[in-house]
Design a protein around this ligand. Structure first.
Ligand SMILES: Cc1cc2nc3c(=O)[nH]c(=O)nc-3n(C[C@H](O)[C@H](O)[C@H](O)COP(=O)(O)OP(=O)(O)OC[C@H]3O[C@@H](n4cnc5c(N)ncnc54)[C@H](O)[C@@H]3O)c2cc1C
Ligand code: SF4
Length: 331
């Protein structure tokens, strides 16, 4: 294992300043992704700064208007078990409960979860095959290699990886914001903008700059939150990343959809919102399966499968439909 030093910090300003001035320093929260990346020699920070003692970052606050503020250091298991999360936004609790394992969820933080790096096998391969995300300019082994688990939306010739976070999909569907503090102060990043598409710079996984610390995740109140559901489809039933997943949230008038929110996981470099489908679903009956199917298909005209993952186009549409129906049954 690559050698490193470990220190702790209890002042956010000191943490931000240390990170900003030292390119060899990395924040560590639960360590469940970072340590794996270090073991595989993908990340080689010389100094780890343990941020777990930073104050007020491990709590969940119910905002009076019906929203929630989730501290970046809150553990996944605590968020999944929180009664307000389960009542206001079941899609968040379900996305977390379908993630990783109980032990990992007890260690892993919410901030670390949305920061986790892709599970593309080439990226994490100790033998270091060509991978633009790991070594910019080296090529993409997955583009014409084994790409069953890879993207069908928004990929580039430089990278076809998917984002592995489950809860990021739920957060995208709910239009959550990521609150970040950096050397220039605090800013809120829409969760749908937090993960970029790969373009020509797939080494960039998120919208953070050096010195940026994720402080919290804010989930605004929304009419669709309570009737929401997360469906995850994977190769084995537990302890596995999504092949395809769907977050759905819906507000209804009787059985008629007033508004719907849909996002997919396992299909792109970022959680993928189905905006065209959401528009087409307005006014549709939850009992009219053909109309629901046609509306969802509107968002798939831009899908571009790779050699081994064309099956995801059908699977993702079915997942979106089933998630929507389950959410609708809760309305
Ligand atoms: C075997 C296994 C299975 C898994 N299965 C799933 C799954 O099914 N679904 C899923 O969603 N995830 C899964 N995960 C991923 C897991 O959820 C993440 O590893 C975890 O959420 C990361 O959180 P952490 O606190 O341990 O982050 P760390 O490993 O401590 O940090 C990860 C990254 O985030 C940065 N970071 C952490 N906190 C902050 C902050 N506040 N501000 C700025 N940067 C920060 C760190 O510097 C580092 O770069 C799995 C992981 C493993 C090992
Ligand atoms: S898909 Fe992205 S992460 Fe995977 S090998 Fe290609 S460049 Fe690397």
């Amino acid at each position: 294992m690559h050698p490193f030093t470990l220190s702790t910090v209890d002042d956010p300003a000191a943490a931000i300043a240390a990170h900003a001035r030292d390119p060899e320093l990395a924040f560590i929260a639960g360590g469940t992704d970072l340590i794996g990346l270090m073991k595989d020699h993908v990340a080689l920070p010389q100094r780890l700064l343990d941020i777990n003692r930073l104050p007020n970052m491990a709590r969940i606050e119910a905002v009076p208007d019906g929203g929630l503020r989730i501290g970046a250091l809150t553990r996944m298991s605590d968020v999944a078990a929180d009664m307000e999360v389960r009542r206001r936004f079941p899609v968040i609790a379900e996305a977390l409960l379908f993630s990783a394992s109980g032990q990992l969820r007890n260690m892993a933080s919410m901030g670390g979860n949305i920061m986790q790096r892709t599970r593309c096998a080439y990226f994490r391969d100790e033998d270091d095959p060509p991978c633009n995300k790991r070594r910019p300019g080296s090529g993409c082994s997955a583009r014409h290699g084994l790409n069953r688990n890879h993207a069908i939306f928004g990929w580039s010739e430089s990278c076809v990886a998917t984002n592995p976070s489950d809860v990021a999909v739920a957060l995208a569907a709910l239009d959550a914001t990521i609150v970040v503090r950096g050397t220039a102060g605090e800013r809120a990043i829409p969760s749908t903008d937090f993960h970029p598409l790969p373009g020509d710079a797939p080494e960039r996984d998120n919208a953070l700059w050096r010195g940026d610390l994720i402080v919290s995740i804010e989930v605004p109140a929304c009419a669709e939150g309570r009737a929401s559901h997360y469906l995850k489809i994977r190769d084995r039933q537990s302890y596995e990343f999504a092949l395809v997943s769907a977050a759905a949230a819906v507000a209804t008038d009787g059985r008629s959809i007033r508004s719907a929110r849909l996002a997919l996981g396992g299909v792109a470099h970022k959680p993928w919102r189905l905006r065209a489908a959401e528009t087409a679903l307005r006014g549709a009956s939850l009992d009219d399966i053909d109309t629901l199917r046609t509306a969802i298909a509107r968002s798939f005209t831009e899908a571009r499968p790779l050699a081994h993952n064309a099956f995801k186009i059908d699977l993702a549409q079915r997942a979106a439909l089933r998630a929507l129906q389950t959410a609708g049954a809760r309305a």
